[in-house]
Ligand binder design. Structure first.
Ligand SMILES: Cc1cc2nc3c(=O)[nH]c(=O)nc-3n(C[C@H](O)[C@H](O)[C@H](O)COP(=O)(O)OP(=O)(O)OC[C@H]3O[C@@H](n4cnc5c(N)ncnc54)[C@H](O)[C@@H]3O)c2cc1C
Length: 321
């Protein structure tokens, strides 16, 4: 199993960076760090203004650093540079431009699924922050269709004519699940599915052949309109179809979708239920950083989470530092 890691870290912000560095300090050997952006710390890069002051005790949240990683006041630039140096560790395998779709435990190991393939690990730390948003189509979605144009299947109530748009594992799974009590069409702009797993490929082909759903390959959508509360979908071949509901599964899931797909038990705020060491209901699957909280959180708090998680995973008190 060349892809078997001691630990995989999903999300390359402060929580993920601290997790990878603590994992190395605690002596784990095979560490994989996966970030969906082209570099680490996308929240800091995208949402902080240039030269912004970065406070350790952000918004009055006073935090003592508990682990092996220090953190101090600085600027956006000095903070990014500091994280860059922390990550300069040869023990950490790093993959950028790779969005993890889900983490699923099977037979004591985790499968971490990405469009670039899957990786296997004994433990996983998820630190994806709260800023994740579903990808949207390039054309406008009329605001009056908000209730019936969705980015996941959770609003569907059955007996609807539904269009699912997308060609990844999520699109296929949504379409197949919904087809048991809805009339479902799955629309994909390419001529064949080439980035889904074998189980989903077999399932969608079988459902299509058994006419449990309809798959339209090689077709794109030009626009959508409100047609008396329903969704009129204008295809690029000049034809249109009216649906009760359209679901876009174009990647870029929200944290809640990610938690659900990873089979974590959630509380009434849609946050994963965790113990005092940040372990979710799935043994060996941990969360760190902002996703621990409904609101609040800070860089220093995310860094501390990583230390406690590594203590729990290794059974060691302090690491080697
Ligand atoms: C404008 C602003 C100013 C702030 N100022 C301060 C401050 O001065 N001091 C302070 O301590 N805190 C500050 N914060 C809060 C701080 O940024 C967060 O608490 C901190 O970034 C949380 O770290 P995190 O690792 O949990 O998540 P994030 O920093 O959000 O990182 C999550 C990372 O995961 C990646 N990711 C998401 N989904 C996936 C996926 N499916 N697969 C792979 N990668 C994925 C993202 O691209 C991102 O790089 C500020 C926040 C904002 C928005």
């Amino acid at each position: 199993m060349k892809n078997l890691y001691d630990i995989i870290i999903v999300g390359g912000g402060p929580g993920g960076i601290a997790s990878a560095v603590e994992a190395s300090i605690f002596g784990l050997e095979k560490i994989l760090f996966i970030e969906k952006g082209e570099n680490h710390s996308q929240t800091i890069r995208q949402y902080y203004k240039d030269a912004k002051r970065v406070d350790k005790d952000w918004q009055g949240q006073s935090v003592d650093m508990e682990g092996n990683i220090e953190f101090f006041d600085g600027t956006k630039e000095s903070t990014l540079e500091y994280f860059e140096l922390l990550l300069d560790n040869e023990n950490i395998d790093t993959v950028f431009n790779c969005e993890v779709d889900r983490v699923v435990k099977e037979n004591d190991l985790f499968t971490v699924t990405t469009p670039q393939g899957s990786f296997t690990a004994k433990n996983v730390i998820v630190s994806i922050g709260r800023m994740g948003k579903p990808n949207k189509p390039s054309y406008k979605i009329p605001p009056s269709l908000k209730q019936v144009v969705n980015f996941n299947p959770y609003e569907c109530r059955g007996r609807e004519k539904i269009l699912v748009v997308g060609g990844g594992d999520s699109a296929v799974e949504y379409a197949c699940q919904l087809s048991c009590d809805n009339n479902v069409t799955l629309s994909y702009r390419r001529e064949s599915f080439n980035r889904i797993n074998d189980i989903n490929l077999e399932m969608v082909e079988r459902y299509d052949q058994e006419e449990r759903l309809r798959v339209r390959y090689g077709i794109d959508i030009d626009s959508i309109e409100n047609e008396k509360g329903k969704v009129k979908v204008n295809y690029n071949n000049g034809f249109y179809t009216i649906y009760d509901r359209v679901i876009y599964a174009l990647g870029g899931t929200t944290p809640v979708d990610f938690f659900r797909k990873s089979n974590m038990v959630l509380d009434e705020h849609d946050l994963p239920v965790i113990n005092e060491k940040f372990e979710t209901s799935v043994k060996g699957l941990y969360i760190a950083g902002d996703i621990v909280y409904k609101s609040g959180g800070s860089i220093a708090m995310a860094i501390n989470h990583a230390y406690h998680i590594l203590q729990d995973i290794t059974g060691e008190k302090g690491g080697l530092a």
